[in-house]
Design a protein around this ligand. Structure first.
Ligand code: KG4
Ligand code: ZN
Length: 343
């Protein structure tokens, strides 16, 4: 007789930065609900995420978001197999809200608790998008807090080959946007403005670092934009924000694409995956697609809603952790600087 495997349905919570999110995910790849309550409008008033406000908003939102995720999935808490939650890295106060809520649910129901690394979640968004994707592959993780090149050799196994030595890619987008008067969050605004600008209008540096390095550095580029803008202002010349956006973006993307392709070649993997908020950037998606077509790599890119912070990606990651026997006790604490691959 054929063996009948039971479905594993996980309720996941994500609150590491400025989105309060909850999702229900079946067998890692089927999203039954994906509820995201964004605080972006609130933080826009201050030009960036204010940690205390983020924590307070998470407290107000978390219960409603979880209830809504169960409701949209048409499931009760009883029918859930495990509770997953991001426990790092991120803002400690923000992480603690989601973690405490998840622990309370796990305690009250007696269901297993699974703590997930936020970046692992971002990478796993690719499994939701592309149901056939399996390791090994090279992942470029570019978000507001991280820029990592990660070799995913098998499920749950991550080797960080390179990371940013200063600013994350998304951070550079956000800071440059502020300098050219576009406000927070800068990524989507620069993305849109760059479409109307000339990428060759200004030559900004492309920072590749040492030949064999997979690390990134974006602070020099950010300073170059700042210097350019100040110089233009001193000379009484009006800046063209669209041209600066397009030229800045060209420098960022050329480095991201070249290093990812090099890493995939060096480590002899045939697949590349993008992850993190900056992976929703239209120019990065286009350029990476072109490079992968040219070099013969399979490319996985999650839909934009799965690139920025969400809980479905946490539910997916949790499925693979849970399947390999990993759960956590109620003593699990938030780890703001949690390293990928550490438990
Ligand atoms: O992954 P994410 O939602 O949160 C973190 O874990 O940090 O990433 C947020 C970052 C922000 O810096 C935002 O400006 C950037 O992703 N971002 C973008 C785009 N959409 C969001 N950057 C470039 N182009 C975009 N379309
Ligand atoms: Zn994120």
């Amino acid at each position: 007789m054929e063996k009948i495997q039971k479905d594993i349905t996980i309720l996941a919570i994500e609150s590491s930065c400025d989105e309060t999110a909850a999702a229900v995910v079946k067998n890692g790849r089927t999203v039954l609900s994906n509820v995201i309550s964004s605080q972006i409008d609130l933080h826009t008033l201050y030009g960036g995420v204010v940690p205390e406000i983020a924590s307070r908003k998470h407290i107000e939102n978390v219960d409603g978001v979880v209830t809504e995720a169960l409701h949209q999935a048409n499931m009760t808490l009883d029918e859930i197999d495990a509770i997953a939650v991001t426990y790092g890295p991120g803002l400690v106060g923000a992480l603690l809200v989601g973690l405490s809520h998840a622990k309370a649910l796990a305690y009250a129901t007696g269901k297993p608790l699974i703590g997930i690394h936020h970046i692992e979640g971002h990478i796993c968004a690719n499994y939701i998008q592309n149901k056939d994707l399996e390791p090994p592959f090279m992942a470029l993780v570019v978000s507001g807090g991280h820029s990592h090149l990660v070799l995913v050799s098998e499920y749950g196994k991550y080797e960080i080959l390179g990371k940013t030595r200063d600013d994350a890619a998304g951070e550079a987008y956000d800071k440059v946007a502020r300098v050219i008067g576009m406000g927070y969050p800068g990524g989507p605004k620069i993305d849109a403005a760059a479409k109307k600008g000339n990428p060759d209008a200004v030559t900004f540096p492309k920072i590749f670092l040492e030949n064999d390095s997979y690390d990134f550095s974006f602070s020099g580029l950010k300073s170059a934009v700042l210097n350019y803008v100040n110089k233009q202002k001193m000379m009484g010349i009006d800046i063209v924000p669209e041209d600066i956006a397009a030229s800045f973006q060209k420098s960022v993307i050329e480095v991201l694409v070249a290093k990812t392709i090099k890493a995939a070649k060096d480590y002899q993997v045939s697949k590349i995956a993008l992850a993190g908020g900056v992976a929703s950037n239209s120019a990065l998606r286009d350029e990476m697609r072109k490079a992968c077509e040219k070099e013969g790599f399979y490319l996985s890119i999650p839909a934009p809603i799965l690139c920025t912070d969400n809980a479905a990606m946490i539910g997916c990651a949790a499925y693979y952790e849970y399947s390999s026997g990993i759960t956590h006790g109620l003593e699990l604490n938030a780890v703001p600087n949690l390293i990928l691959g550490q438990r």
